[in-house]
Ligand binder design. Structure first.
Ligand SMILES: Cc1cc2nc3c(=O)[nH]c(=O)nc-3n(C[C@H](O)[C@H](O)[C@H](O)COP(=O)(O)OP(=O)(O)OC[C@H]3O[C@@H](n4cnc5c(N)ncnc54)[C@H](O)[C@@H]3O)c2cc1C
Length: 525
């Protein structure tokens, strides 16, 4: 196949888009990367001033591109941007990117929409490009020239990220929404989009209430508390506290990866598609998993005063890994709670607004006065994905329904959407590693190195992974599509498709007990 004749579009020049482009180039493809922003780096170009990687740099890296020696252990956001930009330059990805070019809509041209219901094989014949008659028509707004143009491509790779774009705003009862509040309400996304000086000026001296219990909520609260001190404490309103750790070494010695992110730990999980014997083993090992979780939880509860402040999570630490709900605590967080610059309020159910602040516990609890309310309530990645498409059918298919996990085979390809892949929707403990593995897999798929199974088998597989997501993430979090508890098992599937050895360590002990990371897959190019 002469790949130069195949037109491939990548949307997004964050971690996922860069990896996708990098792995297509050596195979002869010349993709066009459309990036709405003015630079490389995706969400790392739009963060709070204090945002750092939560993963150490040795874990958050591309397999074949090390960080410079001088970088911090947990790099600052600007260091992450520099790293990604250096990667793009080194692998000549940068020259493929068209900046300030926002894809407004993607529309499939061809009759696949009509026939996909009857497909036996993806795209009709199992080939990434189908029979060559279909194409994706992209409407792109170029901000530099002020023009909107339409392009056609033979394959579309969406790398649009999921932690930006469409905020998740809670629903409020009539008379209890932001409209009754005299102060200002913003979503954390708006704060991240501001430059650092404007963001600092916005919170300075104000009575700020931050709603949320994820990593962003903690970071915003810590920044506000640093800015305003005890004179104007920052209030954090949260419903279900999560595991936010002060460091990743348990008992000061054992890296937590040795307990949760190795092959042995995955044996304790009922992995999707793993068979009866494996499920039996997982059941037999469950008490060990429980013990490990109990011991690590006891350690963190002793080291971090979460119980004292009512911030003990009600779920197992192991569950945090398998539902991607774990994070690193901002420095001095509980010191600031103790000194009074942070006030924590728990709301058993959702909250409502009143004229001068919030009312907790569904509107029946304590009143919390505020001038500025920051909703750190997450994003609607599924909605963002849907919004890319012009066709109602594709919108309905691509992100599944509220009852299913996002239905992507190998977390990349929708069995009934032709000539399209998504990279970076599903999460893991280190997203850059997972999106790089997806990029390697998608590049080989486009290169014809392997074929996908019949649509029916793809859909069964998707359903099986969906059931796993539900088991591991629970009713509230399964649509996060978190691979955290089974990422080695997931990579095993990709390796099998790509014809690569899935056992990648030297020696049996290392294979079972060492944490796996990007470098283990560096030779898969
Ligand atoms: C505050 C924060 C901290 C995080 N910390 C970690 C961490 O420590 N470790 C970890 O593993 N993960 C972390 N993550 C997850 C992080 O999202 C991923 O690691 C990774 O950066 C995601 O990259 P991406 O390319 O998939 O998406 P993004 O970085 O969001 O990039 C998507 C790109 O697509 C562009 N785009 C979107 N729509 C369009 C369109 N229609 N047209 C053109 N361009 C478009 C956007 O402008 C953007 O540049 C963190 C996330 C957040 C929000």
């Amino acid at each position: 196949m002469d790949h130069r004749t195949k037109r491939v579009a990548i949307v997004g020049a964050g971690t996922s888009g860069l990896a996708a482009c990098k792995h297509l180039l050596p195979r002869g493809f010349r993709p066009v990367v459309f990036e709405a922003g003015a630079s490389i780096g995706g969400q790392w170009t739009r963060t709070l001033a204090s945002t750092r990687l939560q993963s150490p740099h040795v874990a958050y890296r591309f397999s074949d591109f090390p960080w410079p020696y001088s970088v911090d252990w947990y790099p600052r956001h600007d260091q992450v941007v520099d790293y990604l930009a250096a990667y793009a330059r080194h692998f000549a990805v940068e020259e493929r990117v068209r900046f300030r070019s926002k894809v407004l809509a993607a529309e499939y041209v061809g009759d696949a929409e009509a026939t996909s219901a009857g497909w036996e094989r993806w795209n009709g014949n199992g080939d990434a490009f189908g029979d060559g008659s279909g194409a994706w028509r992209l409407t792109v707004r170029h901000d530099d020239s002020g023009t909107t143009q339409v392009y056609e491509f033979d394959f579309l790779i969406l790398c649009i990220g999921r932690f930006s774009g469409v905020p998740n705003i809670p629903a409020f009862p009539p008379g209890g929404g932001p409209d009754v509040f005299r102060g200002r309400v913003i979503h954390s996304m708006e704060l991240s989009d501001m430059d650092d000086a404007d963001a600092a000026a916005l919170v300075k001296g104000r009575r700020v209430v931050v709603v949320g219990s994820g990593k962003s909520a903690y970071d915003i609260v810590a920044e506000c508390a640093e800015a305003n001190g005890v004179e104007q404490p920052c209030t954090m309103v949260c419903r279900s506290p999560r595991w936010l750790l002060h460091h990743t070494n348990v008992w000061g010695k054992v890296n937590i990866g040795y307990l949760y992110l190795n092959r042995f730990a995955e044996l304790m999980v009922r992995r999707p598609g793993s068979g009866v014997a494996s499920n039996l083993l997982a059941t037999l090992l469950a008490p060990l998993g429980w013990l490990i979780s109990k011991l690590t939880e006891a350690y963190y509860k002793k080291e971090i005063p979460m119980e004292e402040h009512g911030m003990s999570p009600d779920h197992r630490l192991a569950r945090s890994f398998s539902s991607c709900l774990i994070g690193m605590l901002p420095e001095r967080f509980y010191d600031m709670v103790k000194e009074g610059s942070i006030v924590i309020k728990k709301s058993r159910s959702s909250f409502t607004f009143c004229d001068d602040g919030l009312v907790l516990d569904g509107g029946a609890g304590e009143r919390v006065p505020a001038e500025l309310v920051i909703l750190a309530t997450g994003f609607r990645g599924d909605e963002k994905l849907r919004n890319m498409f012009a066709s109602r059918l594709v919108r309905e298919l691509v992100a599944g329904s509220p009852d299913t996990a996002v239905p992507l085979y190998r977390e990349c390809v929708h069995p009934r959407i032709p000539q399209m892949a998504v990279i970076g929707y599903s999460e893991s403990a280190t997203n850059i590693h997972t999106c790089e593995m997806m990029a390697k897999w998608v590049a080989r798929l486009l290169d014809g190195a392997f074929r996908l199974p019949p649509v029916r088998r793809m859909e069964e597989n998707v359903a099986e992974w969906g059931r796993y997501m539900r088991r591991s993430g629970g009713a509230e979090h399964f649509r996060r599509s978190c691979l955290g508890g089974v990422s080695i098992w997931y990579n095993d599937q990709l390796c099998r498709d790509m014809g690569c050895d899935r056992w990648r360590k030297k020696g049996l002990l290392a294979e079972w007990f060492q944490p796996y990371g990007a470098v283990d897959y560096a030779d898969i190019r």
